[in-house]
Design a protein around this ligand. Structure first.
Ligand SMILES: [Zn+2]
Length: 315
């Protein structure tokens, strides 16, 4: 900011406001410094080619400036890092999104420790997500989208609503928005391809060695018969409703049919639930942790994709 004579104006309160394109800024309000500068970081909305506009207004009234931009398409194989590299996004070229929100180890002093909620790390999930992505790449020549939180869950839980996730800390809040912004960008790319699969990787803390596939259904839901499972209410509540809607055999087939993910894992020697009961005995006990408890479902990112995989989110 400067006056008519070209002198910097300090102490001027300004507000950054995204007017078009669905982006966001890391800071909404700022005050100019001695050089007349005020700044924020502007993240564009995810749709490539879409018009984006950021307005800078004086909090006393009046527009100070207006910026326009056009979002470029994601570049497959490019890695995009959020502030301080807490959140990492590698763009892919397949309709497959992998994320791991709870495997990070960074514990920067700038972020206070969270005082409530779960803080246990889902060990090896970053490594597993990277390995899956690399293996898919080797076998298909194409890469899934990969979104990783490298920050410790003691500092941020991106898989919770903002209040619980960041406990009001502005810097943790930036990382939270980056997490969801990167997932939005991946979603936008996948939707342009006609839809796809989202797998959110977690760990579990009990001693039963198996993959537990979470579909936003409870253990009692999973105990139902196939005929009982295939009803509109349960399908609508599950994270695989889109897939169930276009699968012969409906929700039950997606969960434990011959081509269900759990069944395919079991067939390759990896115990999994839910899975087909005809190939292997079902687990005699379905862990409470087998599904994401109601109310702890993924935040904004969780609403969009046809399917998610989540193990014992509370562990
Ligand atoms: Zn988790």
């Amino acid at each position: 900011m400067q006056n008519a004579a070209g002198r910097p104006l300090s102490g001027v309160a300004v507000r950054f406001e995204v007017m078009e394109g669905g982006g966001w800024t890391t800071t909404a309000d700022a005050t100019t410094d001695a050089a007349g500068h005020a700044g924020t970081t502007w993240y564009l909305g995810p749709a490539p080619g879409s018009a984006q506009r950021l307005a800078v207004t004086l909090t006393t009234g009046g527009t100070a400036a207006s910026f326009r931009a056009t979002a470029l398409p994601l570049k497959p194989d490019s890695t995009y890092l959020g502030r301080n590299s807490y959140i990492e996004f590698t763009a892919g070229s397949l309709p497959l999104v992998l994320s791991a929100p709870h495997g990070g180890t960074l514990a920067p002093a700038e972020l206070p420790d969270r005082t409530s909620g779960e803080t246990v790390r889902d060990e090896n999930t970053l490594e597993l997500a990277r390995t899956i992505a690399d293996t898919v790449r080797q076998r298909t020549g194409k890469r899934p989208h990969l979104v990783l939180s490298r920050i410790s869950r003691t500092k941020l839980d991106p898989n919770r609503e903002l209040g619980e996730a960041a406990e009001g800390n502005a810097l943790a809040g930036i990382a939270w928005r980056e997490w969801h912004g990167f997932l939005e960008a991946a979603r936008e790319a996948v939707e342009r391809a006609g839809g796809g699969l989202y797998i959110d990787l977690h760990g579990h803390g009990h001693a039963i060695g198996r993959a537990e596939l979470g579909y936003l259904l409870s253990a009692s839901d999973l105990a139902l018969t196939d005929a009982q499972l295939n009803n509109a209410t349960l399908e609508a509540r599950s994270s695989v409703r889109a897939l169930a809607g276009r699968t012969a055999g409906g929700l039950a087939a997606v969960l434990r049919g011959p081509y269900a993910l759990g069944t395919l894992l079991q067939a390759r020697g990896y115990p999994a639930i839910p899975a087909s009961r005809s190939r292997t005995r079902p687990a005699t006990r379905i862990s409470r942790a087998a599904t994401i408890p109601p109310g702890t479902a993924p935040g904004p990112a969780g609403r969009w994709m046809g399917s998610s995989w989540s193990c014992s989110d509370r562990d």
